[in-house]
Ligand binder design. Structure first.
Ligand SMILES: [Zn+2]
Length: 175
């Protein structure tokens, strides 16, 4: 099932997410999130973006991770740890919930994340570079944080207003 994507202005994007109950069946939800993400041409999607305040995100790393590593990853109840010694790097980011907006964001280049997959198997992994950036971006969603919060917003006020007033219509359905 493809969900409409929640865009800026909807309060669910600003909520602190609840932990998913350990052992609960989230397979359909995970599949639906991947389907919604691919339909909207995204590389990551967090549960609040389909209107659910749950600690759950999905990512397709494409070629952003080294060969041999899993490309499609769902992270349930993730816990992120930044490598304090790693440097901050700045790259452009976008978000399905902020269609049309791109901004440079400083993020740590290296992170570690612990999470459960859909079978409730625990993982403890490190990511670097753009893969680390995607994880940090999606993880922020679980705490009501958006990438536009990192920078001076004056320049994008007009765009935010357009999203709120539905003047911007992306190729995917929004709510
Ligand atoms: Zn996002």
């Amino acid at each position: 099932m493809i969900y409409p994507v929640v865009v800026f202005g909807n309060p669910v994007l600003r909520e602190q997410c609840r932990k998913v109950e350990f052992g609960s069946d989230v397979k359909d939800l995970v599949n639906d999130m991947f389907e919604t993400m691919y339909h909207a041409d995204g590389v990551g999607l967090a549960a609040p973006q389909i209107g659910k305040d749950l600690s759950l995100l999905v990512i397709d790393f494409y070629d952003f991770v080294e060969e041999g590593r899993k490309r499609q990853v769902e992270m349930i109840n993730p816990e992120l740890f930044v490598d304090e010694k790693s440097q901050f790097v700045s790259e452009n980011e976008g978000c399905l919930s902020l269609p049309g907006i791109q901004k440079k964001v400083f993020r740590k280049n290296k992170i570690r994340v612990k999470y459960f997959d859909r079978d409730w198997k625990e993982h403890d992994e490190e990511y670097e570079g753009f893969a680390a950036r995607i994880v940090q971006h999606e993880y922020d969603h679980l705490f009501g944080k958006l990438f536009i919060d990192y920078s001076e917003n004056a320049t994008i006020q007009k765009q935010l207003k357009q999203i709120k007033n539905r003047i911007i219509q992306p190729s995917y359905e929004i709510v």
